[in-house]
Design a protein around this ligand. Structure first.
Ligand code: ADP
Length: 266
C-alpha cells in the first residue's frame, strides 16, 4: 500500500514571521518505487527467454545443428521462447496504451453480449482439445455500455483465458452478464479449479504478481493479465472483485456502467 510521506519546509519571511509549508510526497514516492520495480521485473521477464534463444541458436550453429532431430527440437524451443517475448511485449504495449488513455473516458457504444460471444468463440477454438466448455448466460436485451470495445475484449480475453488456464480440465467455465442495480451491468467469469489462497488475493492485480510463477509460465502466462483487467475497469469507472476458494474455484465479478442508466432502474 501507499505509505504517507510528508515533507515540511520552513523559511524565514522576515524578522518575526516564518513561512511553513507541508508538502505531500506520498504519491510521487510510491509511484516512483512502482516504476522502478516494474522496469526491473519487465527486464528480467524479457531477459530469461532471450538468454535461452541465444543459447539454443549458438548450439544450432555448431555441429549439433546438423542432426535433424536436435535441429527440429531446438527450433521448436526457440520459437516458443520468441512467442513468449511477443506475448510480453504485446501485454506491455496494451498496459501502456490503457494508461495513456486514463483521463480520456471511453466513448464507444458496446454490446457486451456480442463481445462475450466473439471472445468465447475465439478462445474455445484456440484451446480445442483441452476439454473446456464455456457456458454463456447473457440476459436477453442486456443494456448497451459506453466503453472501449478493444479494451473490454482484452478484459474478457484475460479473464476467460485465466479460467481456462487455472480451471480443472473437464469442468465448464461460466460467463454471465446481467443488468444490476444503479445503472450497472454485472459480468461474472467463474471457474472450477485451483482457486487462490486469501493472502494472495489483494496482490493479484499487481504487474507480474503470480501465485505460482513456474505454473503461470508453463501455461503461457505473462503475469500482466489481471493488471490489464484492473486498468481497463478503472478507465471504465467500474468495479472489480475477485472471490476464490482454494480447491473449488474462482469467481471474478466486474461491474460496468450501462450507456443509459435509466433503462435499468430497479
Ligand atoms: P498470468 O499470466 O500469470 O495468468 P494474471 O495477471 O492473469 O497473470 O494472473 C496473476 C496470477 O493470479 C496467476 O499467475 C495465477 O496465479 C492467479 N490467477 C489468476 N486467475 C486465476 C484463476 N482463475 N484461478 C486461479 N488462479 C488464478
Amino acid at each position: 500500500g501507499l505509505s504517507q510521506r510528508w515533507e515540511m519546509r520552513a523559511s524565514a519571511l522576515d524578522g518575526h514571521r516564518r513561512l511553513v509549508q507541508l508538502i505531500d510526497r506520498t504519491d510521487s514516492h510510491a509511484a516512483e518505487k512502482m516504476r522502478v520495480d516494474f522496469v526491473a521485473n519487465a527486464s528480467h521477464e524479457l531477459r530469461t527467454p532471450l538468454a535461452s534463444i541465444i543459447g539454443y541458436v549458438e548450439t544450432l550453429a555448431d555441429e549439433a545443428g546438423e542432426d535433424p532431430d536436435i535441429r527440429a527440437r531446438f527450433l521448436r524451443i526457440v520459437l516458443d521462447e520468441a512467442k513468449r517475448i511477443e506475448r510480453l511485449v504485446e501485454d506491455l504495449m496494451s498496459l501502456s496504451r490503457i494508461e495513456a488513455d486514463k483521463f480520456r473516458p471511453p466513448s464507444d457504444t458496446v454490446d457486451l453480449g456480442e463481445l462475450i460471444d466473439d471472445v468465447a468463440a475465439a478462445l474455445a477454438g484456440a484451446h480445442n482439445g483441452r476439454g473446456r466448455d464455456i457456458t454463456l448466460h447473457v440476459t436477453p436485451g442486456l443494456p448497451m455500455l459506453t466503453g472501449d470495445a478493444v479494451q473490454l475484449s482484452q478484459l474478457l480475453h484475460n479473464l476467460i483465458g485465466n479460467a481456462m488456464k487455472y480451471g480443472r480440465p473437464g469442468t465448464p467455465i461460466r460467463v454471465e452478464a446481467a443488468p444490476a442495480a444503479a445503472g450497472m451491468v454485472r459480468l461474472v467469469v467463474a471457474d472450477q479449479g485451483d482457486g487462490i489462497a486469501a493472502d494472495h488475493l489483494p496482490r493479484l492485480t499487481e504487474r507480474f504478481y503470480r501465485v505460482d510463477a513456474g505454473r503461470s509460465r508453463s501455461l503461457g502466462g505473462t503475469g500482466l493479465g489481471l493488471a490489464i483487467v484492473k486498468h481497463v475497469v478503472e478507465r471504465h469507472r467500474g468495479r472489480l472483485d475477485i472471490a476464490s476458494i482454494v480447491g473449488e474455484g474462482t469467481r471474478v465479478t466486474v461491474m460496468l456502467r450501462a450507456a443509459d442508466p435509466a433503462v435499468i432502474l430497479s
